[in-house]
Design a protein around this ligand. Sequence first.
Ligand SMILES: CC(C)(COP(=O)(O)OP(=O)(O)OC[C@H]1O[C@@H](n2cnc3c(N)ncnc32)[C@H](O)[C@@H]1OP(=O)(O)O)[C@@H](O)C(=O)NCCC(=O)NCCS
Length: 172
Amino acid sequence: MQVEGLTIRRAEPDDYTALYEMFYSPKLYANTLQLPYPSHELWRRRVAEPGEGVHNLVAVVGERVVGMFSLHAFQRPRRQHAGEIGMSVHDDWHGKGVGSALMRAGIDLADNWLNLTRLELEVYTDNEPAIRLYERFGFEREGLLRQHAYRDGRYADSYFMARLRAPAQVTT
Ligand SMILES: CC(C)(COP(=O)(O)OP(=O)(O)OC[C@H]1O[C@@H](n2cnc3c(N)ncnc32)[C@H](O)[C@@H]1OP(=O)(O)O)[C@@H](O)C(=O)NCCC(=O)NCCS
C-alpha cells in the first residue's frame, strides 16, 4: 500500500514541532522508550543536533510530517559495521504503508550508502504490528529482554532483533 504524495526526506530542525505533537500520543510513547509530556526543547535538539552517526528521516505527506525513522550508525571501531534503528508513525497514519516506506528508505541508506551489515532494534513483545513489519524486512528475533522497560506501571519484555546483510563483494 502506498499513500499518495508520501515522500521520505532527512529531518530538518524545523520538524521538531511536528515530532513533538506526534509523540503526544500515548500509543507512541508507550510503544517506545519516550516519556509522556514530550518536550519541545528535547525534540529540537534531537533533530537539530543529532549526534555523530545519527541519521533521522521523516515521512511527509504534503507538508505534514507523519512519521520518523532514526538510524544510529555505531562509531566504535569494531562496531562500525552495525547500527540501531527506531521508528514511529503518527497515530492517524498507522496501517497505510508509511512505516514500510520509512523502513525501505532506512535500509537503503544503511545497506547501499553507509555499508552497514547489521541493523539492530528493540521492540516490546506485544507490539505485533511493529514485529510483523520488522520480520517482513528481514529482521530476526535474537533474544528476549526480560523486564526490559518500565511501562505504565509495570515492566514490559522486549525482543532484541537484528537484520544481517552479506558484505558487499569487491569487483575487479
Ligand atoms: C510500528 C509502526 C511504526 C508501523 O507503522 P505503519 O505505518 O503502521 O506500518 P505499515 O502501514 O507499513 O504496516 C506495518 C504492518 O502492521 C500492520 N498494522 C499497522 N497498524 C496496525 C494495527 N493497528 N493493528 C494491526 N496491524 C497493524 C499493517 O497491516 C502491516 O502488516 P503487514 O506487513 O502484514 O501488511 C506504527 O504502528 C507505530 O508508529 N506504532 C507506534 C510506535 C511504535 O510502535 N514504534 C515502534 C517501536 S519498536
